[in-house]
Design a protein around this ligand. Structure first.
Ligand code: SAM
Length: 343
């Protein structure tokens, strides 16, 4: 690109990417978006600083940077700058907003960000950096992710908030109404299961997850969960309940191929002929040229887990190796895509 050779605008913007992320994360952690959403009128940086207990100087710089990235608006009148929320900030960034991504941001800021500071070691060694970042053994990924009750709830908040954006699209990528009983394996808080229950009201939907996760889901995410049932277990070492359709959303990307095949075989054995499995993942393009989101998620799996993101052909290969057929791929055009396969 000739413009980039004249002056590397895009490159400089990329270098700044982590700082831009941190501007949004910091505002979120301090409660800037909630304050502005709940305020009837635009606020000065002094007022925001006073309400949130920060330094006036620090807050002024933070608010200005948020204006610079079009997350806030500013009007300067009589020498006073008054800041207000944009529609995007009000919809997605405040904790109490309709499509809040607050929990996603908190997890990215407090857990993903420290992990990514060890990315060079992750690439060098080809494995996760839970040891270096958190002092935890690299073998047990979920022991690291769930290293405290607080961390577990933060992770569950992250999982819960993603389906605000893509949930409806991935569950309606195929007409699943023919499947009477649906089990979402590793279904966590039940966010995707709720989307399933809403899209297919005559099907029964069950979330299957580790006991402590189910307990926390029922305790902390329960009012939202009336339409789904919960079942505890371990999908590697235990039994899985009978179902017409098994959902694996963001499960296979956590694991290396041999563990994926083990899990798919277990599902195949539990599945009746005509039953199916729905994979929901951020899928790479076959030509390796994107999507950038999936490529970045794949690095995230390297630094945090044991798996990787894959292209549809890799999922199809694992599915047909297990014995599934009628493999259909649906790209949603958003972050997550769906694959349906039938026994
Ligand atoms: N499916 C959810 C979603 O997409 O939002 C959560 C995906 S999260 C990356 C992986 C999930 O698998 C977690 O909820 C975790 O507790 C669950 N999990 C991990 N190991 C498991 C096991 N051995 N048996 C059952 N669930 C497990």
């Amino acid at each position: 690109d000739q413009n980039e050779l004249d002056y590397p605008f895009k490159l400089l913007e990329y270098f700044n990417g982590f700082r831009v992320s941190k501007v949004i994360f910091t505002a979120c952690e301090l409660g800037v978006f909630d304050l502005l959403l709940n305020s009837a009128e635009p606020l000065s940086s002094r007022t925001v600083a006073r309400e949130l207990g920060t330094s006036p100087d620090g807050m002024e710089r933070l608010l200005d940077a948020l204006v610079g990235i079009d997350i806030l608006e500013v009007e300067v009148a009589d020498g006073t700058a008054l800041y207000s929320s944009t529609d995007v900030a009000s919809l997605y960034l405040a904790k109490g907003s309709a499509k809040s991504l607050h929990d996603m941001i908190i997890y990215q800021s407090q857990t993903i960000y420290p992990l990514w500071s060890n990315m060079a070691d992750a690439v060098r060694e080809g494995r996760n950096q839970n040891q270096k970042t958190f002092g935890l053994p690299p073998e047990d990924v979920f022991q690291a992710i769930y290293r405290s009750e607080e961390e577990m709830l933060k992770f569950m908040g992250l999982m819960n908030s993603s389906w605000v954006l893509d949930g409806h699209d991935v569950v309606t990528a195929f007409n699943l109404s023919g499947f009477q009983t649906i089990v979402d394996l590793g279904g966590c808080t039940g966010a995707l299961a709720r989307e399933m229950a809403q899209a297919y009201p005559s099907s029964s939907v069950t979330v299957f997850d580790l006991p402590r996760v189910v307990e926390a889901a029922q305790q902390h995410f329960s009012q939202e969960n009336q339409a789904v049932a919960f079942h505890t277990g371990d999908f590697f070492s235990g039994e899985i309940p009978a179902a017409d359709l098994y959902v694996l959303a963001r499960i296979l990307h956590d694991w290396p191929e041999e563990k994926c095949l083990k899990l798919l075989r277990k599902i195949y054995d539990a599945c009746k002929p005509g039953g199916g499995v729905l994979l929901v993942e951020a899928m790479l393009f076959e030509n390796r040229r994107g999507p950038i989101m999936a490529q970045i998620f794949s690095l995230n799996m390297l630094v945090q887990a044991e798996g990787r993101e894959r292209a549809p052909s890799e999922y199809s290969h694992m599915l047909s190796k297990t014995g599934f057929h009628n493999i259909q791929v649906c790209r949603t055009g958003k972050s997550y895509d769906s694959i349906l396969a039938i026994r």
